[in-house]
Design a protein around this ligand. Structure first.
Ligand SMILES: *Cc1c(COP(=O)(O)O)cnc(C)c1O
Length: 407
């Protein structure tokens, strides 16, 4: 009989979103007339930029003629997109990259999950708490979790609490770690690190031979000037960090699927025999073996996001979401809530009132206000006592929800 990867049975079933759905369904069944506003949604709602759809259609038409038909493409992505990414996302920040340091993919979830393939099982992993669950679960699947304790923490993973008390700035780990995931602007808290705060992490990583896995999925939402759009804005980061980016939240590609990962050639990690090995080479080997490239038509759509019209259309959607975020933040603050995030990210991290637990406050909002949020504790133990609201809904519903919350 084949043997399974036992790590999979250690992981509890993903309980957060199914439990939310169940509670909403139960409430609706008992209150069929209720007008429920969903603000837990982690998906975009605005359509794709027109420029991207036009490019997608033109690329589809190319598939009708043998002269322009495309079969297998390069596993790492087409040069037209890799070059555009280097020129448009990095050159303006003063960051020089070679195209072969950029790997196009079907999204940042896959890459943040798959990156563990090139890392030893023995690494000690650190995550911020609360956290995007993919980082934790994929490491548990790979055998780096240890055991799940009653406090909701995996015994081999270091949790770095991000709370109002520390300004949501994760403190440098006390014990030895090998790899740390940083996501800024952050999902779920919507908070950021300034350049100076991120520099502390880069300096720490260089001094302690730590690999930083930097998730920049929300960089397009940054409005403040001292918040870095890329970790490579910090000197030395190319020697210690991989950066993950996505068109999902930036350009509405959650269903269209495209992202990219930067693995600088300077970046090395240690082999068992002590030799320092370039991770770019390993990631290239991993991708060429297990991934056959993002669809040509999708890469053309992603390229169009950087055209002048594409940029304008993308900015319109981001402005739309960030206007929602402002409405929520201002409304809640007026109502006396303690609110974090919402300035450089489409997420609002809300302290529950009167010491309520995350799920108690979730139930209160559902039954008294007919608003659905996401309980903060679902993102990690330090999320207890918080709730996440998102700005991805319509402005009309956002305004209605805020009016209810103010009452
Ligand atoms: C949405 C999101 C992503 C993007 O994932 P895709 O697979 O590119 O859609 C990555 N990281 C975080 C933290 C996210 O919230």
């Amino acid at each position: 009989m084949a043997k399974i990867n036992d790590n999979f049975i250690k992981i509890p079933a993903t309980y957060l979103f199914s439990e939310i759905a169940k509670r909403v369904e139960n409430y609706k069944a008992a209150n069929p007339q209720a007008d429920i506003i969903r603000m837990g949604i982690g998906d975009v709602t605005r359509p794709l930029p027109k420029a991207a759809v036009e490019a997608l259609k033109a690329a589809a038409d190319e598939q009708l003629a043998s002269a322009t038909f495309r079969g297998y493409g390069p596993e790492q992505g087409y040069d037209f997109l890799r070059e555009t990414i280097v020129k448009s996302d990095y050159e303006p920040l003063g960051i020089k990259l070679d195209t072969d340091e950029v790997f196009v993919s079907d999204g940042a979830k896959s890459d943040t999950g798959n990156i563990g393939d090139i890392l030893s099982r023995d690494n000690i992993i650190a995550v911020t708490d609360p956290v995007y669950p993919v980082y934790v679960d994929t490491n548990v699947m790979a055998g780096r979790g240890g055991n799940l304790a009653a406090d909701g923490k995996w015994s081999n993973i270091q949790y770095l609490p991000c709370l109002p008390e520390n300004g949501f700035e994760p403190q440098l780990p006390k014990g030895k770690i090998d790899v740390v995931y940083l996501c800024y602007p952050n999902n779920p808290t919507g908070t950021t690190l300034t350049k100076a705060q991120l520099k502390k992490w880069v300096d720490y990583a260089l001094e302690n031979d730590v690999l930083i896995l930097f998730d920049a999925a929300y960089k397009a939402f940054i409005t403040e000037s001292d918040v870095p759009h890329s970790i490579y804005e910090i000197a030395g980061a190319k020697e210690c960090a991989i950066e993950f980016c996505s068109f999902s939240k930036t350009a509405g590609f959650t269903g269209t699927r495209c992202g990219y990962t930067v693995v600088p050639k300077e970046l090395k990690a240690t082999a068992e025999n002590g030799e320092k090995i370039a991770l770019n080479r390993l990631w290239n080997r991993r991708q060429t073996t297990k991934f056959n490239g993002t669809a040509y038509v999708i890469q053309r759509a992603a390229e169009a996001v950087y055209s002048p019209e594409g940029k304008r259309q993308v900015q319109e959607s981001i402005d739309y979401y960030m206007n929602n975020a402002r409405i929520i933040k201002n409304g809640l603050e007026t109502a006396g809530y303690k609110v974090f995030g919402a300035v450089n990210a489409p997420y609002i991290w809300l302290k529950t009132p009167a010491g309520l637990k995350s799920w108690e406050f979730f139930d209160y909002l559902l039954t008294e206000k007919n608003i659905v949020g996401t309980p903060g504790v679902g993102f990690g133990p330090s999320g207890e006592g918080f709730l996440r609201l998102t700005a991805f809904g319509s402005t009309e519903n956002t305004i209605r929800a805020v009016e209810r919350l103010k009452k």
